[in-house]
Design a protein around this ligand. Sequence first.
Ligand code: SIN
Ligand code: FE2
Length: 218
Amino acid sequence: MSLDLFDEDDLQQPTRIEQFSTQAFVLRGFALPWVEALLTALERVLHESPFRHMQTPGGFTMSARLSSCGALGWTSSAQGYRYSPVDPLSGMPWPAIPQALLDLAHSAAATAGFEHFVPDACLINAYAPGAKMSLHQDKNERAYTAPIVSISLGLPAMFQFGGFERSDPVQRLSLFHGDVVVWGGVDRLRYHGILPIKPGTHSLLGEQRINITLRKAG
Ligand code: SIN
Ligand code: FE2
């Protein structure tokens, strides 16, 4: 007798949760069920607020291109880093955070032990092969009580997660399409970054990695 109790969706593997610090987790493949909705939503956001290269206060050009959505968007210029309610390119408010992203972020945060996460800022980074993000702390947000929820799409990346000084030793974690990293609480202000993306082609996203981080900035 064959038991046909499950349809295909029920056979999905549960998320594999990797804890890499006290309050820092990788949720492997957590975003996969949302990918189609995310890509459709991203297309709308990027139509209104396209990717652009930003300058650092030190006069360098960031290698990843950036955009934002939400009540607050992150910008960098010779004047410094800041969150702004207006996209300086269009002079208009940033597009709203798509519902699929809010749902995913809320659910990922709860899975990592951070209940009631309601982000108001969402940064979108596009990395071409060779692009990187140097070690930095996420500290332009007004309070550090909320976690950072970070979604990886497209080409893989090597994520570095360090200490509270730039020179502290780092852990390295490979991040793949669909992985979600959540860190907060005692780990909220740790230095982190992305090593240069290796050349490659992803079946859905081509020659790029997209990273989406959701934050409570205001
Ligand atoms: C960031 O730290 O803002 C981006 C991290 C990533 O691209 O995974
Ligand atoms: Fe960051």
